[in-house]
Design a protein around this ligand. Structure first.
Ligand code: RFL
Ligand code: PHB
Length: 389
């Protein structure tokens, strides 16, 4: 088989790149290790920056998001029983869109199917070959049968556990990592959200987050131990712990119900440099991971796709490689700022097992400063709605 861009990974990064390329008549093949239902079963991100929203519209997949997504002009932060809002609109003249990654991925699959784009599911043993030459190719098997795709470029969009990143030789690749000593236990429940905006809650018992998908579907998280398993947490235990981490007047309003999904995610900060090696370009979680506290993972994947798509569009339009040559540097410059923000939000709001009373006083002082200082609020707002591409 032959294509212009071979895309390894059919998550949001790979599918979005495929749709954008399609708008310019650039052919691609997406290779996905799982089935479509498996990918759609993963409950992940919920918050989209303006840049991501615009890119989805540009890719022709913004209609349902514009109809069903919820625009948020701010967020709420609580600390014990104290609670305050940060108004993004006031500080940045922008907001964010609450629209689940599951729905966005479904829209991308629908668009790909409608435009006749090729996706091959259940691929195994993917290998990216000759990436340093002008004639790279990708090999894989399906049901034990070997296949090969020759292409001009390879986009490595296969997430943190994919094969693309490790195609770059060890003596070229530099990895930066921080693993946090806790995870997030998340549940989805068919209950109305407790508030109109997201609540990021710091408490003596640990962090909690109240998020949502729509007016009758809520997403809640609590910081948990890395030793915990979902079996350790009944729904009752989850709701009771969540309430203890929220201000009393919020906890009293919380409507609980059976969970329809429950999962634990470890928290990690990770960046690999460079993000390009010859004709292989890494995008999204394949190149970097953030702890979810700043809602930046999917959004940073979208900005990578923006830079790569524009580089590829320029190449196929007039043969110039200026955008492609600058890809790694441009993408990383923005990635590191998202890493910093996510690390900062995580440090500000979580309980760390080895922290002492001084550390706790520092967190409390920083939250108290944020509560009243407009400049501090503006910094948070600018980062949360998304730095410019
Ligand atoms: P994905 O979504 O992991 O998709 C990669 C795809 O590649 C496939 N794959 C392979 N395919 C072929 N060959 C191989 N060898 C392959 N290996 C893997 C996988 O099956 C998969 O389908 O990466 P992508 O596309 O870069 O997208 C990244 C986002 O999914 C991720 O950054 C976000 O979900 C992170 N995230 C959040 N991001 C936000 O911007 N806002 C949020 O509010 C937000 N909340 C979250 C999150 C992530 C979370 N978890 C579970 C880590 C909340 C949570 C709890
Ligand atoms: C979510 O709704 O899943 C969500 C929202 C904000 C975050 C992380 C996750 O920071």
């Amino acid at each position: 088989m032959k294509t212009q861009v071979a895309i390894v990974g059919g998550g949001p990064s790979g599918l979005l790149l495929g749709q954008l390329l399609q708008t310019r008549g650039i052919d691609s093949i997406v290779l996905e290790r799982r089935t479509k239902d498996y990918v759609l079963g993963r409950i992940r991100a919920g918050v989209l920056e303006v840049g991501a929203v615009n890119l989805l519209r540009q890719a022709g997949v913004g209609d349902r998001m514009d109809r069903e997504g919820i625009l948020h002009d701010g967020t709420i932060i609580s600390y014990g029983d104290e609670i305050f809002g940060i108004n993004f609109k006031e500080h940045t003249n922008a907001g964010v869109m609450v629209y689940g990654q599951t729905e966005l991925t479904r829209d991308l699959y629908d668009a790909r199917e409608a435009t006749g784009g090729r996706i091959i599911y259940d691929v195994e043993d993917v290998q990216i070959c000759d990436a340093k030459s002008n004639t790279p190719y990708v090999t894989y098997t399906v049901d034990g049968v070997a296949h090969r795709i020759t292409c001009d470029f390879v986009a490595g969009c296969d997430g943190f556990h994919g094969v693309s990143r490790n195609t770059i030789p060890d003596d070229v690749r530099v990895e930066y990592e921080k693993v946090y000593p806790f995870g997030w236990l998340g549940i989805l429940s068919e209950t109305p959200p407790v508030a109109d905006e997201l609540i990021y809650a710091s408490s003596e018992r640990g962090f909690a987050l109240c998020s949502m998908r729509n007016p009758v579907l809520s997403r809640y998280y609590i910081q948990c131990s890395l030793q915990d398993t979902v079996e350790d947490w009944s729904d009752e235990a989850f709701w009771s712990e969540l309430k203890r981490r929220l201000p009393k007047n919020v906890a009293d309003k919380l409507i609980t119900g059976p969970s329809i999904e429950k999962s634990i995610a470890p928290l990690r900060s990770f960046v690999t440099e460079p993000m390009q090696w010859g004709r292989l370009f890494l995008c999204g979680d394949a190149a970097h991971i953030v702890p979810p506290t700043g809602a930046k993972g999917l959004n940073t994947a979208a900005s990578d796709i923006y830079y790569l798509f524009n580089g590829l569009a320029e190449y196929y339009q007039d043969g110039a490689t200026t955008g492609l040559d600058a890809y790694s540097e441009k993408a990383l410059a923005r990635v590191w700022k998202a890493e910093r923000f996510s690390w900062w939000m995580t440090n500000l709001l979580h309980r760390f097992p080895d922290e002492n009373q001084f550390d706790q006083k520092m967190q409390a002082a920083e939250i108290a400063f944020l509560r009243t200082n407009r400049a501090a609020q503006s910094v948070l707002a600018q980062n949360y709605v998304g730095l410019p591409y």
